[in-house]
Design a binder for this molecule. Structure first.
Ligand code: ADP
Ligand code: ASP
Ligand code: MG
Length: 450
């Protein structure tokens, strides 16, 4: 691993059973187990594992004690552990609500100070639970753990991770417990990395420390072929490539956060998404094996967080699209899925999607743009959803899109917009039909549990 880290170190210890359910770990981790067997006499290869626990996994005192127990067993076996914790349960949402109840103004600096308090609570409580089990542990805020970020409050980007204190803690035989989704800015203020940012904290730490694996513990047993809350026949994927998982997270799969998957792929951090309730083997995320038989469609995703906008009667003139989308970019609106029709008698329609939360201000700006460019008008529909199929095997198999459209037609679902990438096809449909659309596609592509 890069970053001068160390995936494992040799220490003199008695052998014990590994608590991680003896799950066969692949590649470096498997090599590690083989080395362990070879060195059974007295020397033990100690792996450094970063374990991240989501909000539900640390949601109440019992859950915190259960996590502490799991960490204690990992430690007893001899592995070094760095923990990353989210805020307990729905605490982040509660803090956001509290802010709205107190004031209509939400300065970024104060919001970040407020929100990061959630993770600070769970990390301190986690250390107390570990102390009860005679596991020495110290908690660290993002700043103390060396997360230097830019000053974009609410959605700060990591500039550098200098985990000196975390490493010293681990080297002293202690467990480091790090508050997720936070850092300190170049202006020396506390920053929040955004919703789902704890996954990114864990991956960045795993990279900076050269950990053998980054385990993301959540409330489902791994990454599924579709949202298991929506479709009961969804199956856990034993493994998934970074490429496919990135497309899944970009099209609505909430787990792991998209930024963390990007970070892991860029820096080659192996991920294991697994359950904090059953502790069973989860989903491994890795580079694609070159000879792997690729499924044509690996997963079906959906996203109800966007709204559709259509500008009608747009004059077919050079520079019109540039004017519209530059103005929206300057508003910091994340525009996606843009479709422009062939022009008919010098005018055309342009449709695109924007996050629902940005719809009002985007409409306001677009109304001005309609007047400026001489278009006929603009309308919006917030009751839409995007359903997508993702699969690396799509590249070499024709007819996948046709099967998707036939399946939706057979279910009586009208397609409003279509977009594709090399390994994804997305359709915008009515929000009220998302469940039937996803269920039908999941079945049609043979993903459903028998
Ligand atoms: P955490 O709080 O542990 O960080 P989240 O609550 O953000 O995790 O995400 C986990 C949830 O994501 C699960 O409860 C599951 O219902 C949902 N989910 C949606 N699509 C999928 C999928 N394809 N695979 C796994 N989980 C999914
Ligand atoms: N607690 C924060 C959130 O829910 C950060 C995280 O857990 O990833 O978004
Ligand atoms: Mg959750």
């Amino acid at each position: 691993m890069e970053a001068g880290g160390r995936a494992a170190r040799l220490v003199f210890k008695a052998m014990g059973r590994h608590p991680n359910n003896g799950a066969p770990r692949r590649r470096s981790a498997r090599n590690l187990q083989q080395s362990r067997r070879a060195a059974q006499v007295a020397w033990l290869l100690v792996a450094l594992i970063v374990q991240k626990f989501g909000g539900t996994a640390v949601g109440d005192p019992d859950r915190i004690r259960a996590v502490a127990d799991h960490v204690a067993r990992t430690k007893r076996h001899g592995d070094d552990v760095v923990l990353v914790v989210s805020a307990m349960g729905n605490e982040t949402d509660d803090l956001l609500r509290l802010a709205s109840e107190v004031s209509a103004t939400h300065p970024g600096r104060e919001m970040d100070m407020l929100i990061t308090a959630g993770e600070r609570k769970s990390m301190a409580l986690m250390c107390m639970a570990l102390h009860d089990l005679d596991v020495p542990a110290d908690s660290f805020t993002g700043s103390q753990a060396g997360f230097l970020t830019d000053a974009t409050h609410g959605n700060a980007r990591i500039l550098e991770v200098r985990p000196d204190r975390v490493r010293a803690t681990v080297d002293a035989g202690r467990v480091a417990v790090v508050g997720g989704s936070q850092g300190v800015s170049t202006e020396n203020d506390v920053t929040f990395l955004g919703r789902g940012g704890s996954d990114t904290t864990a991956v960045a730490l795993a990279h900076a420390l050269g950990a053998a694996v980054c385990e993301l513990y959540t409330d489902v047993t791994g990454v599924f072929t579709t949202d298991p809350r929506l479709v009961p026949t969804a199956r856990r994927m034993a493994s998934v490539s970074f490429e496919e998982l990135l497309e899944m997270t970009a099209s609505g799969c909430p787990k792991p956060s998209m930024r963390s998957v990007e970070y892991a792929r860029t820096h080659g951090v192996r991920l294991h998404v697994r359950s904090a309730f059953t502790w069973q083997e989860g989903t491994w995320v890795d580079e694609e094996e070159p000879n792997m038989e690729q499924a044509i469609v690996s997963a079906v995703t959906h996203d109800t967080s966007e709204a559709k906008m259509t500008i009608a009667g747009v004059p077919d003139r050079t520079g019109v699209a540039a004017t519209v989308f530059r103005a929206l970019a300057d508003l910091d609106v994340n525009v996606d899925l843009i479709v422009q029709n062939v022009s008919d008698r010098g005018v055309t329609d342009i449709s695109f999607t924007v996050p629902k939360g940005d719809l009002d201000r985007t409409m306001e700006e677009t109304r001005k743009l309609v007047a400026e460019i001489g278009a006929a008008g603009v309308d919006a529909d917030a009751a839409i959803a995007r359903v997508s199929i993702v699969g690396a095997g799509m590249r070499s198999n024709p007819g996948v899109a046709a099967t998707m459209f036939e399946t939706l037609a057979g279910t009586g679902v009208n397609i409003q917009m279509i977009s594709t990438s090399a390994i994804r096809v997305s359709c915008v449909v009515a929000e009220g039909q998302v469940e039937e659309a996803v269920t039908a596609l999941h079945k049609a592509f043979g993903l459903a549990d028998a």
